[in-house]
Design a binder for this molecule. Structure first.
Ligand SMILES: [Zn+2]
Ligand SMILES: [Zn+2]
Length: 187
């Protein structure tokens, strides 16, 4: 797994700004490892990430723009698409062991369950690769469609209905009374 760790203590007071482009190796390695089915290697992907620290808490924000080449869930054709991923995450240090004046473990768990944009970092390290990967996954649609009104494939002959009606079309699209009519004719 591609690791891109940021040390919290190394985040400067004015914040840390990362520009992701075609030359950002960890970003493209991550896309290749986790999203190769929808993102062809070398396809454009860019973004920016900002990390701001307040005491030990870190606010991560930014956005990503990723070229996709998924297959349509309806007709199966591969097509070009683009995914815009907003980044927003508040990170707090995770403490294990005894603590004083800090949230109890129960309170921490409650807090994280309430706030999806909240998570913990461990040992002074923020795993940027993990966060970016999670945010991309969250931003992906449940299924890709080449166009909103994709007509899909004919279940009978497999013809692409976007390219015109096949011979089966009339039967399939006939009125419900067509069936009754057929019965009458037979009798
Ligand atoms: Zn389609
Ligand atoms: Zn057909």
């Amino acid at each position: 797994m591609t690791a891109m760790k940021i040390r919290v203590t190394a985040i400067p007071e004015e914040g840390l700004f990362l520009e992701l482009d075609q030359a950002t190796k960890w970003f493209h390695a991550l896309l290749r490892e986790r999203f190769s089915e929808i993102h062809p290697g070398g396809a454009p992907a860019s973004g920016r990430i900002e990390l701001q620290k307040t005491l030990q808490n870190v606010a991560l924000s930014g956005d990503l723009s990723i070229a996709l080449h998924p297959s349509c869930a309806s007709c199966g054709k591969a097509f070009d698409s683009r995914l815009e991923v907003p980044l927003l995450r508040n990170l707090a240090p995770y403490f294990s062991g005894p603590r004083e004046g800090l949230l109890s473990e129960e309170e921490e768990i409650e807090l994280s369950a309430e706030d999806l944009e909240f998570s913990f970092y461990h040992n002074d390290e923020i795993d940027l690769g993990e966060i970016v990967s999670e945010e991309i996954t969250l931003a992906l649609p449940i299924r890709f469609l080449c166009k909103e009104d994709c007509r899909g494939l004919c279940p009978r002959c497999g013809a692409d209905r976007n390219e015109g009606s096949c011979a089966c079309a009339e039967e399939v699209e006939g009125s419900p009374f067509a069936v009754l009519k057929g019965l009458k004719l037979k009798s």
